[in-house]
Write a protein that binds this ligand. Structure first.
Ligand code: F6P
Length: 298
């Protein structure tokens, strides 16, 4: 039985970064526990993207913020629920996060997640996802799990009853297999190319595995070792919906570290420069062959 900090030590991870992860794991534990007791009704406020926030969005954001603020090794933070980046200290690490991705799924008891990307920078602006030193994605489902990378492959931890994160899997390798998660199907109305791609998957008898939450969908591809998640843009929103800094770059690092790929249709997600914290991007993420197919069709 190996705890996450012992795992990180065994990989010679910097002590300061291990401490940042300690704080992040405490945040995941607290968010997970609050899921069972907190009101999931809407609080009526909106985030900077104009989306309605629910009580848990606000709470999860506060939980991560408080842990990061109290960690001396974190100097910069940005949250999808916030309105920019904030210098919070002199620490070397910069943490960006989506505290509760897919939060509209909470009240119907579907899985949701927390996404985190970690850089060593003084500003996120001008960074590329490739500069991340680590990334993680927590899934709150029947169990609470965390996929984590320190750029030495991907490992999975499961939270036990004591709120400790125990190593539960490693050596993930995403290969080929017929499973698809086609997000933003509305785009098919005006995008013949996406319709053709979706038709390809259907005709080839791919298995549909789409939950409505990017974290559980991409988590599934990594754990099952096959598949593709797509979220293209169309019409007035050519860049789609998902954010480069908070969602796509950390998930792309996890996917690449598991042997898969992530592209915006033309370019690796990890090579895209972050121009604003709110920047969106189309994303095609999964096995290398599937991502290449998306690039070819679209
Ligand atoms: O906001 C992010 C998100 O909830 C993702 O987790 C999910 O993949 C996507 O939005 C679903 O978007 P839509 O409901 O517009 O299809």
């Amino acid at each position: 039985m190996m705890r996450f900090d012992a795992y990180l030590k065994s990989k010679n991870v910097d002590e300061h970064l291990i401490d940042v992860f300690r704080s992040l794991m405490h945040a995941v534990r607290d968010i997970s526990r609050s899921m069972n007791v907190e009101d999931s009704g809407k609080v009526g406020s909106k985030n900077v993207f104009g989306e309605e926030q629910i009580a848990l969005d606000v709470l999860a954001d506060k939980i991560v913020y408080d842990y990061m603020r109290n960690n001396e090794f974190v100097g910069l933070i940005a949250s999808e629920e916030g309105d920019g980046e904030e210098k919070i200290g002199d620490g070397a690490y910069a943490v960006c996060h989506d505290p509760l991705d897919g939060s509209s799924l909470v009240d119907v008891n579907l899985s949701v997640g927390t996404i985190v990307g970690i850089y060593k920078r003084e500003t996120f602006i001008g960074a590329k996802g490739d500069e991340q030193v680590a990334a993680m994605a927590a899934v709150y489902g029947p169990t609470t799990t965390v996929l984590l990378t320190v750029r030495q492959g991907v490992v999975k931890f499961i939270m036990n009853d004591d709120g400790e994160f125990i190593l539960a899997g490693e050596g993930y390798a995403v290969g080929e297999g017929k499973m698809f998660a086609p997000g933003n199907l509305r785009a098919c109305e005006s995008r013949e190319d996406y319709l053709k791609l979706v038709n390809f998957w259907i005709k080839e008898q791919y298995t549909l595995r789409y939950s409505g939450g990017m974290v559980p969908d991409v988590n599934q591809i990594i754990l099952k070792g096959k598949g593709i998640f797509a979220y293209p843009g169309y019409g007035d929103a050519p860049e789609g919906k998902l954010r480069l800094l908070f969602e796509c770059a950390p998930m792309a690092l996890l996917m690449e570290e598991a042997g898969g790929a992530a592209s915006d249709g033309e370019k690796r997600i990890l090579e895209k420069e972050i121009l604003t914290v709110a920047q969106r991007t189309p994303i095609f993420i999964g096995s290398k062959e599937e991502v290449e197919r998306c690039e070819k069709y679209l």
